[in-house]
Each structure stands twice: as structure tokens, then as C-alpha cells.
Design a binder for this molecule. Sequence first.
Ligand SMILES: *Cc1c(COP(=O)(O)O)cnc(C)c1O
Length: 411
Amino acid sequence: MNIGRPAHSPLSQFPVIDDCLWIGGMALTQLAARVGQTPFYAYDRRLLSERVALLRAALPPAIEIHYAIKANPMLALVQHMTGLVDGFDVASAGEMKIALDGGMPPAAISFAGPGKRPAELAAAIAAGITIHLESYRELETVARLGQEQGRRPRVAVRINPNFELKAAGMKMGGGAKPFGVDTEQLPDLLDRIGALDLDFQGFHIFSGSQNLRADTIIEAQNHTFELALQLATATPAPVRLLNIGGGFGIPYFPGDRPLDLAPVAANLAHWLSLVEKRLPEARVVLELGRYLVGEAGIYVAEVLDRKVSRDQTFLITNGGLHHHLAASGNFGQVIRKNYPVVIGNRIIGTEREVASVVGPLCTPLDILADRMELAKADVGDLIVVFQSGAYGLTASPAAFLSHPPCLEVLV
Ligand SMILES: *Cc1c(COP(=O)(O)O)cnc(C)c1O
């Protein structure tokens, strides 16, 4: 039936027992009873730990792994990550609070983002975290606030590089961008940091997200290291932090295949030997969001109705784009593609059918699966959307249409 059509990458992270998905050591049906409601998100501790262990085993040991909290800021998950990774990247004072509440030491927290408010900058200076400067104005504000507090703010410079991460889902560097400071303006900005006597840490170069191709990640990393080594000759203090971004993707859609880490790791090992000689004080940091948490999470909704309209079967659920905008195809996708979806309590089922899974919202955008082959489902069955651990609940318009809120559990 699927001949010639690309399929989803096989998913094996969750066991299936008696045709029911298991997560966190229990059947999904039992977890749903424990949570006490649908819809909910469930994130699996074991998978979070295993993913970091896999990265540590593959990458050179000197590479530090940071978690970008915006991918999933649930406090219990962030607390779990505190024990696994070397630092957190935050993008607001709200995320900074979660990072600190989660127990990460301030020296291991960095704050990037293009529009930091003075109150956020003041809080970051008081906390002693590293501020990634994104503009001249921000630099001047940080220096003034530091003086007012009698503290020497720790700063790094976020660079908008003169290259792009090709084939990335979302480009965040290269060309004209609101993120970071253009390479051309850096010598001047570095002079100013020296004149203002800020505690200069180093550079942050993040060029994009959701990349599944090792060759393009390697190309971006090559440009990043070349640029950093070149700029390091003109810094106000030795480079102690080199955040090389991340961009590691996970397979979401039919045809996507997992990223091959081995060539990326080999390339990093090559650069690390150079960095150790030229920038002996530098910690090299990889910042990852979805790669660390995306595959460890599922979204679960319940079938409220099934109906057939002009030969097409619709499963209508109590969950939808108000909880999971990305699965509906409205979070950065150009052409809508299906996330991997199954009927969680009957994976294979007794009968198969092609059905569309939609949410309860009164908008044609509220689609969780468009004409997918699934086990034949009925009212009360549980729809599972895989690859949902990142950019799920907090990246969705929860208030749209005033439906009940969604719960999240860490299992
Ligand atoms: C969003 C973001 C990340 C995380 O991106 P992922 O695709 O989730 O890995 C990392 N760094 C910065 C600066 C970001 O803005």
C-alpha cells in the first residue's frame, strides 16, 4: 500500500506489550488512568538519560552538552536534565528562573535572545549567569546595570555569522537576522567590551535548527571554528566559552532519517585538538534542545467521535493544535506532513483503516494526522503522537477556543 511513498523512520523507544504502548514502565491505558484525564503529554526519564549517554559516548569527552530550555521547560524535566547535562541555555528571565529552580549552578547558565528587557538583564547580572549580547544597545545597558549593582557582568557575544546552516529546518544565522551581531561589526564591539571592563567569556554562534544531515552540520561547524579562531586574536580577554550551537534534528516526517553522529563527532575531535592549542582556556559547548528531549515524549488524546464524510474517515479527539501546534503543521512547516501517530492502546489492531485524526477546534487547521493508515479506532481509544517531547505544550496556543488545559507528566 505504501509502495514508492516515503515512510516514517521506525520508532523503537517505547515497548509494545499486548498491542498496547508502554511508557515509564506501565501500559499507556494505566498511565491515562493515573493521570486522570486526557489529553496529556508524557515524558520518559529513562529515554532522556539514555539520549545524553548516547551523545556522551559518541562525542569527544571534552565537548560540553547544554540543554536549551525553550524546547521543553517543564520543571520536573528540567530538574532531571540538571543531573545529566553540563549547562542550560535560557531565552528569558522566566526560563532563567526555571533553570535556577532546577538546580543548575549560575555559572553554567547562558542567556541568549534578541529582545532582553532591562529588568531581565538586571536579574541575569544579579544571578551571575552569562549574558549573550545580541546588540550594541544591549552591551551598553548591561554595562550600566552592572555598574549600578556593583557587579562585573559575565558576557559572551552572539555572532550572526557570514554563513548559513544549509538544509536546516529553521535558519537563525547568516544574511540579515535579528539574532546576534554581524561578523563585520565584531572588532568594534569587542573593543567596546574591553573599554567597559565586562567579564568577557567568549562567543556563541548558532546557525539553525532541526538538521538531519551530518555533512551540513559539519560544514557549519567548520565555518564556526574558523571564525572563532580568527576572532580570538582580537578579544579583550582569553576565550573561555565557545558555544558552537547545535542544530541536531530528529526524524519527524515520512522520509526523515536519524542524524548520523559519527562523522560529526570525528569532525569535532579534529577541531578540538586545534582549539586546545590555540584557545587553551576555552570550554566548547554544544547547545541542543529537541535532540535531547524530542523523542522522549508523547502526546496523548482520546477519540470522542468517529465519522465518515464522503468516504473519508475522521477520528475526532479532545486534543489538537491548542496543545500541539507543531503536530498540526502550523509551527514552521511549509507543507503539512504527518508526525508519527498510532492508536496507543491498539498499535496493530484487528483491522486497519485510513483515517484522519482531528481536534475539537472549529478550524480546518486542527489536524493531528491527515489520511494515515492506523488500527481501526473507536470512541475512548487513545491517539498517540510520537516525537512530542520538544516544542509541544509551551509552543502551542493553549487559550485558542477556551478548551480545558493539558497536563504534563514525567514518568
Ligand atoms: C532554539 C534554540 C536552540 C535549540 O534548538 P533545537 O532545534 O531545539 O536544538 C539552541 N540555541 C538557541 C540559541 C536557540 O534559539
